[in-house]
Write a protein that binds this ligand. Structure first.
Ligand SMILES: Cc1cc2nc3c(=O)[nH]c(=O)nc-3n(C[C@H](O)[C@H](O)[C@H](O)COP(=O)(O)OP(=O)(O)OC[C@H]3O[C@@H](n4cnc5c(N)ncnc54)[C@H](O)[C@@H]3O)c2cc1C
Length: 399
């Protein structure tokens, strides 16, 4: 029978980074990834300043910084009136050495994490290995894996289900994934277009408009940008590309040549499990909770899930902490998603893509651009850090 201390299902960003953190602590980990290689379609690409210390602790920030783009400001704009605010991240320097965001396609983060993971002899990565079922036994978990060697059974002390929103691990446990699916379709578009030159955009931007709302961010120095827009899901998906030039023109930046590098149309959800721990199986990232991507709450939540998990799981494996710490982890992470991440992401989606109350939008943009009160400015910039649970409380419990 094949065995490992911890099985990680899914080598997306959450699974790959979680595996790295556990391997660094000397644990014997195996990662099962269904795909033969890293999935490269456009998905998350902004890593906020407040996750960078955690990524630095994992040792991957240097490589991310080298491969990605540093960004120290962002812009909010009301499309119909042109009112805009450029918001620098400088004030964050008062509380963090990381006063910048990193822009980088999530597939490159996975690539970096797996390169680091490959340095650990106690880590194994199996590509083309689909986990089809997971079950709890008295003091271990059992996984059925359909891999290159055929059907295999593995036993492990713990399983991390990081296999994304359609999680087979979650299905196998019979857990619900309750919530809603938004009526719109999102289109994540990687495009060569000089948004900064012709549109006066910053490296990261939210453009508020009930018809043509968009989130636009520069991916790298080659002129590649991510432009995420939305449309009715009732429009045919196979003609998204035909509508794209009209959508771009509607932003009003001029008739400038562009080149679509890649695009992914997708539906958006606000959904979550009832529990992130079932016996020896822990769910994290999109497998546990899914949100619309406006504001970047999806991957940010997943990164915080794994950063908060590594220490308590490692301590439980070493026998230096009670496994009930993992219940605390599961409850904390889920409540932060329910109480903050999901409602904040829904609110921001409404502002960017749905709201026609121009006066309210203008008031909000003016407030965002008012730096007269340094405490209030810092407060606005640090709002999202409420999602962190990594960790004083876990660390105190382990001390
Ligand atoms: C088009 C698109 C755009 C997005 N844009 C943003 C954004 O701008 N900002 C943001 O914060 N979030 C965004 N998101 C969400 C973000 O991509 C996710 O939050 C993030 O990918 C979650 O990471 P994860 O590792 O939990 O899951 P995933 O990235 O989905 O990784 C899961 C991995 O598990 C593997 N897998 C699945 N099933 C199995 C199985 N049975 N056995 C073994 N392996 C399996 C998959 O192949 C995959 O590699 C976007 C999502 C999409 C789809």
């Amino acid at each position: 029978m094949n065995s490992a201390e911890v099985a990680i299902v899914g080598a997306g960003p959450v699974g790959a980074l979680a595996a790295l953190g556990l391997a660094q602590r000397g644990h014997d980990v195996v990662v099962f990834e269904a795909e033969p290689s890293i999935v490269r379609s456009p998905r998350a690409m902004v890593y906020y300043w407040h996750v960078l210390d955690g990524l630095d602790r994992l040792g991957v920030l240097g490589d991310m910084d080298a491969a990605g783009l540093r960004n120290t400001s962002f812009q909010q704009r009301v499309l119909s009136t042109g009112l805009r605010a450029d918001i620098p991240l400088d004030p964050v320097a008062a509380i963090s050495p990381y006063a910048y965001n990193v822009h980088l396609g999530q597939h490159e983060v996975v690539e970096i994490a797996l390169q680091h993971l490959a340095r650990y002899p106690n880590a194994r990565i199996l590509n083309g290995a689909t986990v089809t079922a997971v079950r709890n036994d008295a003091d271990h978990a059992v996984l059925d894996v359909d891999g290159p060697e055929g059907l295999e059974t593995w036993t492990t002390r713990w399983v991390l289900g990081a296999d994304g929103a359609r999680s087979a691990v979650r299905h196998s446990l019979g857990l619900s994934f309750d919530g809603t699916t938004w009526p719109q379709r999102f289109v994540a578009t990687n495009i060569q277009y000089p948004f900064d030159v012709v549109g006066g955009l910053a490296k990261a931007n939210m453009i508020f408009d009930p018809e043509h709302g968009a989130v636009i961010a520069q991916i790298n120095d080659t002129g590649l940008w991510r432009w995420t827009w939305s449309e009715s899901a009732e429009l045919p998906e196979d003609s998204v590309l035909d509508r794209l030039p009209g959508r771009l023109a509607a932003l009003g930046f001029g008739d400038v040549p562009f080149d679509v590098d890649s695009f992914t149309p997708y539906r958006m959800h606000q959904r979550m499990v009832d529990t992130m721990r079932t016996g020896r199986v822990l769910l994290l990232g999109d497998a546990a909770h899914a949100t619309n991507p406006t504001g970047g709450f999806g991957l940010t939540s997943g990164i915080y899930d794994l950063l908060a998990l590594i220490e308590p799981l490692s301590a439980a494996l070493r026998g230096t902490a009670d496994e009930s710490l993992l219940d605390h982890w599961a409850e904390t992470r889920l409540s932060l998603f329910r109480e903050f991440a999901s409602p904040m992401a829904s609110r921001i989606k409404g502002l960017v893509y749905d709201t026609s109350d121009t006066a309210a939008l203008e008031g909000m943009v003016r407030a965002a651009g008012d730096f007269s009160d340094p405490a209030a400015t810092l407060n606005r910039l640090t709002g999202m850090t409420v999602l962190r649970s990594d960790l004083p409380r876990h660390h105190e419990a382990l001390a």
